[in-house]
Design a protein around this ligand. Structure first.
Ligand code: SAH
Length: 402
C-alpha cells in the first residue's frame, strides 16, 4: 500500500536537508496512515516531491525516509543495493581476523531506519525495530542471503513502541544453528555470545574501541571497579590489560555466571576478580563505609532502570552517580563515564561531569572521549543517532579544606 502525504511547511527544509526520521507532527494528515509498512510519498508545497518513507511506529518517530527518488521501488533490488554498500563500508572489519563481531548494517546510517544487522563469526543477527520494517522481511532476507556467505541467520523483534524485546519461542531463522556459547573475538579478546537468549546477546559491540583503549592505556596495575557490569566485558578488558584486580557489580543474578564465563574463555585467573550481585547504589554506600578506594571506576548505567529501591534516569541522575564514584576514586585515578542515552548530547554530558566535580570540590582532567565506532555508521543529518558518549576522566586535587 502506498499513499501521498503533505508535509507541514515548517518541516519541509528539515526533510530536504536529509533528516531521516519521520515525525507524526510533520504530517498534515497522519490519520491517513493506517498500516504498518505502508509506503508514504511525502510532498511539500505545490506538490513538490520531497522523499519516500515507510510507516513504522517506534519508541521515537513514525517511520523512516527510504529514498529521495520518486520512482524508486522499495523491493529486493533496493535492499540489496543498501546491504551491498553497507558491506563495502565494513570491508576492514571482514578482513580483520582479530575481530569477528561487528555491526554490518546500522539502520538509518545505512539508509534503512528500523533495521540493524550484526555479524558474529559467520552468523548474522537481524533486529527489527517496528512491525512496519518487519513487513519487508522477505525482501531483506533475500537481499542479505544474496550478498553474504553465512553459517546461520537469527532475528530479534523489538517492535513494541518502547523498543522492548518481544519474546519469541525461537530467534533462529535459517542456515545452521549456533552451538552455544558462540565465542567471538574482538581485537584478539574472546567474548561468549548467545543469539537466542533474550534481548541482549552478551556483549555490546559499540564499546569495542573503549575496551581497547581501557586495556591498552589505563588498566595496567589498577584496581578497577566496574559498575553496571552486565557480563563483565570491561572487567575482562581491564584484567587482560594488567589490572591488579577487578570488582564487577550488577544487580542481575545472571551476571555472576556470565561474567565468570567471560573470564574463563580468556584464561584469566578468577582469584583477583570479584563478582558481586548487588544494587550499585548500595555497593557505593558499602564502599564509602569501608573506606574502599579504586584506581579506576567504570560507570555504564542503562539510560533508565527501576530497581526495588531506586529509579535511575541518566538524564536526571548522572551527576549524583558521578559524585558517588568521585568519592571512592583515588587521587589521579580514572573514572570511565559512559552513557547510551540518546536524550542528551555530549556537551550536556560534559556539563554533568563539570557539575559533579564542582559539587565535590575536586579538580579533574578529561583525557579522551568516544562516540560510536565506525561500524555503527551515523548520518551527519541525524546527530541523535550517535547516542554513545564515553569520557575518560582523571580525578585530581581536592580544592576544599575541611
Ligand atoms: N557495562 C556493561 C553494560 C551495562 S548494561 C557492558 O559493558 O557490557 C546495564 C546493566 O545495568 C544491566 O546488566 C543491568 O542488570 C544493570 N543494572 C541496572 N540497574 C542496576 C542497579 N541499580 N545496580 C546494579 N546494576 C544495575
Amino acid at each position: 500500500m502506498k499513499i501521498d502525504l503533505e508535509l507541514k511547511s515548517d518541516y519541509i527544509a528539515k526533510y530536504e536537508e536529509g533528516y531521516p526520521l519521520l515525525l507524526k507532527e510533520a504530517l498534515v494528515d497522519f490519520n491517513k496512515v493506517t498500516q504498518e509498512g505502508m509506503l508514504l510519498n511525502l510532498f511539500g508545497a505545490n506538490k513538490k516531491f520531497i522523499a519516500k518513507a515507510y510507516y513504522g511506529n517506534q519508541n521515537k518517530g513514525f517511520g523512516w525516509i527510504l529514498s529521495y527518488d520518486k520512482n524508486e521501488k522499495i523491493d529486493l533490488r533496493f535492499f540489496s543495493k543498501k546491504i551491498k554498500s553497507a558491506i563495502t563500508y565494513r570491508k576492514e572489519f571482514y578482513d580483520d581476523a582479530t575481530t569477528t563481531a561487528f555491526r554490518v548494517f546500522n539502520g538509518e546510517g545505512d539508509g534503512v531506519g528500523g533495521l540493524s544487522i550484526d555479524y558474529y563469526d559467520g552468523y548474522y543477527l537481524l533486529t527489527w525495530y517496528s512491525a512496519g520494517i518487519y513487513t519487508f522481511k522477505e525482501e531483506i532476507l533475500e537481499a542479505l542471503k544474496s550478498c553474504v556467505k553465512y553459517k546461520g541467520i537469527y532475528e530479534k523483534k523489538r517492535f513494541d513502541t518502547k523498543g522492548m524485546y518481544l519474546s519469541d519461542d525461537d530467534d533462529f531463522l535459517l542456515g545452521k544453528r549456533v552451538t552455544h556459547p558462540l565465542i567471538i573475538k574482538e581485537n584478539g579478546v574472546n567474548f561468549t555470545v548467545y543469539l537466542d537468549d533474550g534481548a541482549m546477546v552478551g556483549v555490546f559491540l559499540d564499546q569495542r574501541d573503549v575496551r581497547k583503549t581501557l586495556k591498552e592505556k589505563y588498566a595496567k596495575s589498577a584496581r578497577v571497579l566496574n559498575t553496571f557490569s552486565y557480563t563483565g566485558a570491561f572487567s575482562v578488558a581491564a584484567a587482560l590489560g594488567g589490572a591488579l584486580s577487578t570488582t564487577s557489580v550488577d544487580l542481575a543474578k545472571r551476571s555472576l555466571p556470565k561474567t565468570s564465563e567471560q573470564f574463563e574463555v580468556n584464561n584469566i585467573n578468577l582469584d583477583s576478580q570479584e563478582i558481586i550481585v548487588e544494587d550499585v547504589f548500595k555497593y557505593f554506600k558499602y564502599a564509602v563505609r569501608k573506606k574502599l578506594t579504586f584506581d579506576m571506576v567504570i560507570l555504564d548505567p542503562p539510560s533508565f532502570a527501576r530497581s526495588k529501591k531506586h529509579t535511575f534516569s541518566a538524564s536526571k541522575d548522572y551527576v549524583s552517580l558521578l559524585k558517588e564514584a568521585i568519592q571512592i576514586t583515588k587521587k589521579n585515578g580514572i573514572i570511565l563515564a559512559s552513557t547510551n542515552s540518546a536524550n542528551f548530547s555530549m556537551m550536556t554530558f560534559r556539563d554533568f561531569i563539570y557539575r559533579a566535580f564542582k559539587d565535590s570540590k575536586v579538580t579533574y582532567e578529561v583525557l579522551e572521549s568516544f562516540t560510536l565506532p565506525k561500524d555503527f555508521r551515523v548520518l551527519e543529518s541525524f546527530k541523535e543517532g550517535n547516542y554513545l558518549k564515553v569520557v575518560f576522566i582523571k580525578k585530581k586535587e581536592r580544592i576544599w579544606k575541611k
